[in-house]
Write a protein of this length. Sequence first.
Length: 228
Amino acid sequence: MTNEQTAVKATYFSIASNALLAIIKGLAGFFGNSYALTADAIESTTDIFSSIFVLFGIKYSNKPADDNHPYGHGRAEPLITFLVVGFLITSATIIAHESINNIGTSHELPKSWTLLVLGAIIIWKEFSFRLVMKRSIESNSSSLKGDAWHHRSDAITSVAAFIGISIALILGKGYESADDWAALFAAGFIFYNSYLIFRPALGEIMDEHLNDDLINLIRKVSLEVDGE
């Protein structure tokens, strides 16, 4: 299997996974009175579109060189990574805005069964992160790496939601906003991850020097060679 086929297959997996989870989270958040789960559903929805962009970027960046692009189309991939980051920032902003609004608004406690849903989601998302990250390394794809981090950030937001709902259920009336604080924390984590994904893509597009380790290895090996 070629690098492109590996990356494309992993991206299709991300699209299908995020579509299914967006539906599950949305329904669980609505019927379970949990904004943290609803916020999770919003993120998964934006992840669907970002994965579609990743798929386009992988296919386009692997096109052969032509008259207008003598060095190939590889630079398309970091550009797509910027779009992925844009989707992450957009979802985090929406989640943060709604969380702040809900913190000051009285609402019902989340349903206890939402913890079971979140537990299953956390396990699945961590598995998805490891799978897609492995494929990104195999295919040397920066945009696919960003897609993998979507899964990890989704797992973290689900952990935050789990903690927030647990606090609200354990402490009871008056602590309903713990669920909303969890969603706000998740938004902050998404912002942080957005920077981690954006920085190396920016370095790639700017031809930043990133080969210090390789240069040091070459120097070390050359010193072991006999002769001048």
